[in-house]
Structure formats: C-alpha cells, structure tokens
Design a protein around this ligand. Sequence first.
Ligand code: FAD
Length: 436
Amino acid sequence: MQRRKQDEMTSIARIPDTPKKRVVIVGSGFAGLRLARSLSSRNFQVVVIDKNNYHQFQPLLYQVATSGLEPAAIAFPLRKIFQNKKHIHIRVAKFLAVDKDMNCIRTSIGTIQYDYFVIAIGVRPNFFGNRNIEKYALSMKAISDAIYIRNIILENFEKALSADTEEEMALMNIVIAGGGPTGVELAGAIAEMRKFILPKDYPELDFNKMEIHLMEGTDRLLGGMSLKASERSKLFLENMGIKVRLEAIVKDYDGKVVLLDDGTSIRSETLLWAAGIKACEVKGLPSETYGKGGRIVVDEFNKVHGTTNIFAIGDIAIMISEKYPSGHPQVAQPAIQQGLQLSKNLKRLQLSRSLMPFRYAEKGSLATVGRNRAVADLPFGSFSGFWAWVLWLFVHLMSLVGKKNRLFVIISWFLSYFTYDRSFRLLIKPKTRKSP
Ligand SMILES: Cc1cc2nc3c(=O)[nH]c(=O)nc-3n(C[C@H](O)[C@H](O)[C@H](O)COP(=O)(O)OP(=O)(O)OC[C@H]3O[C@@H](n4cnc5c(N)ncnc54)[C@H](O)[C@@H]3O)c2cc1C
C-alpha cells in the first residue's frame, strides 16, 4: 500500500509528447465534457482524466434508483464520445493533487505535466460531519450509488416477506432527507412504485401501510425555484400520499431509526440523503482559494484565484458577482456554459487576446413530481402540471449524450407510461473476490 502511494508520486503517466499546448482536464461531467469537446486539435493536446470511463447524466439517476431506467441509458463511454479525436487522450484515473509550482498534477496513474489545468470534478454529498448518517444513509451522486439504492429498496421488500410486523414496516418505509429537486423527484418516483408496481410484485405485503417521508430543513421545497413551484410540488407530493415535513431536520440515524431534531423518530431501514453537497477535494492550492462549501474561488474568466494557468468550472467553481453573491446555482447549465466559455478563452490566450468574462444565460428550472406532473420556472413565468411535465421530458431527453441513449430512454418512458410498469427491477450485485 505504502509502496503504491510512493509509485503514484514518482511515476510519470504515459501521454504522447506534443509541440502543442497541453490542456489537462480532470472530470468529464457536464463542464469538463463540454470543454473537451470544444477544444480544437489545431491549438491543443487535451488530456481528459476521470475516475470513471463514462460520462453520466445525473438528472436521471433517480430513475435508475427507482427501476425506471437501466444504468446504460444514462451513461456514455468517453472513448466513444472522443472516437477519431486524436488530440484527445483519455485516462481513467483518480486525480489526487496539483503542484502549481511544477505545473503538474498527481493522479493514481502517475504525474502529468500541463500547460493549462482545468478542475471540473464537481461535488459530493455533505453529511455535515454526522458520521452515523454518512455510514448508514444512502446518497445519490453516481450511477453506482443509484444501482445500490435500487438494490437496497428491492432487497428490503424481499426481506419484509419474512419479517415480523414491526420490522416489516421499517423495511418498507422510506425516508428522504432534503426537499431539493433530487428529494422531490425521488419521492415522486417511489410513490409511483408504491401505487403501480410494488403491490403487483408483492401481493403478500400491505402497501397501504408503507410510508414515504420527505424531510426538508427550510420552510419550503425546491428552495432554488419560485414560491409557486415550491407550493405546487408540495401539493402534488401530498396528493400522492407522501408525508412532507418542512423545517424538519434529520439529526441522527442508526440504520433502523431516523431521529429528527424535534425529538420524534421514524422506523425505516432506508434513509435517502439528498440534503446537501460540498465540493470534491482538491489538494495543493493555496488556502485562500477555497471558498464556501470547499468550492474553488475563480474570477470572471474561471481562473483560480492566485494562479495564472489553472481554471475551475462547473459545480466546484464559485464565481461571485453582484447578481450571484453565492456563486452560480450548482446545476447543469452553468457547468455547460462555463465549459464552452473557457474553450473560447483558452483559444484567445493562445492568440494573446484579452479574455472574455463569463455571463450566465439563465434558461429556467424544472422538477418533475411523478407521472404527468412537473413544475417549471422559465424566464417568462412559472407553470406546473402536465405541460410542465412534457417540457421536462423533452429537455431531459435532448440533453442526453448519444442518439442511442435517447432512443433507449424514450422507449423505456413510453413503455412504462402505457404499461404502468418498470422493467429494471433486478437485484444485480457485484461479486466480490475472496481474499486468499
Ligand atoms: C441526483 C442529481 C440530480 C440532479 N438533477 C439535476 C437537474 O435536474 N437539472 C440540473 O440542471 N442539474 C441537476 N443536477 C446537478 C448537475 O448534475 C450538476 O450541476 C452537474 O453535473 C455539474 O457538472 P460538473 O461538470 O461540474 O460536475 P459533474 O457532472 O459532477 O462531473 C464531475 C466528474 O468528475 C469526476 N471526478 C470526481 N472526482 C474525481 C477525481 N478525484 N478524479 C477523477 N475524476 C473525478 C466524476 O467521475 C465526474 O465525471 C443533479 C445532480 C444530482 C446528483
């Protein structure tokens, strides 16, 4: 173990030499992918580093977690995206730290030199220092998390068949902490499962007794959206039989009982954690570079505070302006737009031209609440219901990478809409190798 760490620090990752400037991007999410796709071979050699060999579409993770979509429908292999792009070199590796004085980064496959370094590794769940919640709750940030949640939910119903009455309820009840878009969308999808699918799969269990709780710490759901969207989403969820509680904070969890700050508790073996995020760790930058929630402070060109050739884009970056005193919202559009803008600015740097500041073009927000219902805040106004849901379907479908994925998703949605069924209720667990 010690030796492997030593090797990572001293070995040099093999990347072809080039007379062109090398741009090293860590993270191939919305921001990193957009940037890499927009950098031309004429000007740059591009090295894309990600711990996964695929790009994942996080807005639809909740559908994988609730058996509505198969994982492959929302993931796209990086090597396929960059097929025939000889100036792009993909390395599946973990980014460990940056050495800004040596212009190199340390990764799990060795060090890599850069001319320009771009940090786009996004965020991770924030458990606010509560070790128990971190240990026992389930968070959803990646496809592997969504598959894990799907397995736990399905496995709990299998166990409930042979449990005593009290344990049966704990296995069936689901508590969701966090009433942002992820919590709201998860709650809606689980309520749909309870209504249309689970009673058919498990006729021996009484689903009238299954409780779905949504806990939100502030005084409204969907805090980043309009008041109208908050109120409508709450109404939609309550009509679906979800117990929504506002100003309710989950204080502790031991894997069996969820304890709230008002002293009440709920028996549940499934606590889904959607209550907070913080930046992924980036070692090696000066301390003043780290802002609120560990986000990396950047100027209006996405350049990291106190550096000349290091940039941060997407969720991990915080660009403070008069209009966005807490930085841009941590959603897909600012990440995509920053990736595109940075590609233009890197080209301008090459041509010794002045950089163009980033200006966020707000396109609106959407959240779906189960079948046929969604809330939409658009630049011209807010609306909700069936047409908001149709818009949500269209926007999410068009944002997916790859025609094949779009086709898979549209077929899955079409089938589940008309059959009231979800095809991916499979309990597939990774096999672990026994140690010798
Ligand atoms: C469940 C969920 C639902 C969401 N729903 C919506 C929605 O409906 N609409 C919306 O606009 N936004 C939504 N978001 C937010 C949106 O997904 C993010 O704002 C967006 O993904 C940010 O893009 P990014 O490129 O900054 O980071 P990400 O897309 O998170 O990409 C980060 C990349 O970095 C890689 N990485 C991380 N650490 C390392 C490391 N150490 N080494 C190597 N690689 C690393 C990861 O594998 C990943 O590929 C949702 C997010 C989640 C989690």
